[in-house]
Design a protein around this ligand. Sequence first.
Ligand code: HEM
Length: 479
Amino acid sequence: MSPANREKITVIGTGNYAISISKLFLHHGHEVIFGSRNPNLNYLKQNLSEFNERNFNVFSIEDAWMQSESIIFLAILADEAIYENFAEKICQLLSRSNKQTSKIIVEISNWTDKNQQISNAERLQNLFKDKLDEKSILSKINVIKAFNLINAYSLSNPFESPTKANLANLEFRVPVAGDSEQAKQKLIDLCAQVGILAYNYGDLQDSLQLEKTNSTTFSEWKIPSLISFGFLAFNFIWVFLIYFYFPKKPQSFSEYLADFSLLSHTNKVLGFTTLNLLAFVYFAYVIASIFQLKYGTKYQKFPSWLDNWLKSRKQLGLLAFLIGTFHAIASLFVTNPQYLKDWHYKLSNGVGRMTLNGELNILTGITAYLLMIIVALTSINSIGNSLNWSEWRFVQSKMGISCLTMGLVHDALMYFRIYNEKDENNYSLVYLVTRVKLIAIYFPLMVLISRFILAYCTPISRRLELIRNGSVTCNQKEN
Ligand code: HEM
């Protein structure tokens, strides 16, 4: 790095985060000075042994502040008293000498107190406002929020074993919130120098949203998980009841229980749930298209339930994949004559190999599952980002629909076998119409037919295309 670009970065604190962030700058040739209540250079030397000792040093907080250039990372506990103490020290320094240049304090903490109405960064800014009466001094301090979405481990890990692959895979995106455009731009430029993509997120009051982001755990998974596992549990019960109330031949509850296989039952429920959950994911598109046709424009907002459903498709799809994986593994154990006698040839001296129908069931099941793996993999951001828009759409839409079709064929083939054997086994009409394999077909088939109509029925597909290209069709003009 040329000396002109070399900056002196100040880090207040010597904890994990302070060490991690210093590694980022030391690795790129900047100098780092630490500010600590108990300066201990040996401790830092041990933790930063891979870097040249001349490039870092530690001082008291006041001295580090006085020596700092423009950017100061505040990596101390976001505790009310600790922030108060820090602000007090800095305000005393600022009041004593008004020769100091403008400083940017990068506040990196996360939201901790659920009752908190403002962000930690705003709280710090307010402390300065309260303590510094003079506007001219106050304008020298710019608190900005950044880096709170990256944890210490991910930040420092690539520099501990700085291989080409490790460094090339740095994919940090850093939203920056603050009231001074200049200060934000300065940090964004510095980040660009060290290979981090920082961008303007908004004013300091928007930092509350950033802090809250990290305080929620898998929030976007809650409702999809409830729907998926609720549906699974519900299916487990009604499939249990339907096999009891509509059996091959009349039987008492105790006979039913004696014959009941938990593994086989669970496997049926898993297969049913996977197929119908997948159909549910693709049904959202059908409903959204109907709304767009009704509105006659793409610019009208969907109702919130539909909006949430559309936004949860990734989670629902991945949960369907999880349940499908469970089904595929469980199937390995039930695909034998002890569990699936009808799938195998009956020989005079026992059972033979699998029938053609059985083999087709397995082959279609495996094909559906492989397609599901590809669709699931591309919905993971890091993999999906490596595809261009049309590739991503091809996988998510065409391959996803092929997976749904293959799952449907997999199920329909099983029902076809039952239907084919109806005379041989004297199956009643009630028995035939209550098979779970038949019930499993209805919803996915309806989704596939509607998707087909939306894509290939010219008047509808043409109108949808116009709407999605931004045209406003007749019924919107009438409104
Ligand atoms: C490695 C992949 C797969 C294998 C080996 C496999 C195997 C099986 C087997 C052996 C059954 C019969 C269960 C029984 O009657 O007791 C079954 C049922 C079923 N499978 Fe699969 N399957 C696979 C993947 C899938 C996938 C990806 C889907 C959905 C997209 C699916 C949907 C179904 C459905 C709906 C049933 C009918 C459930 C019922 O009996 O009512 N399967 N599968």
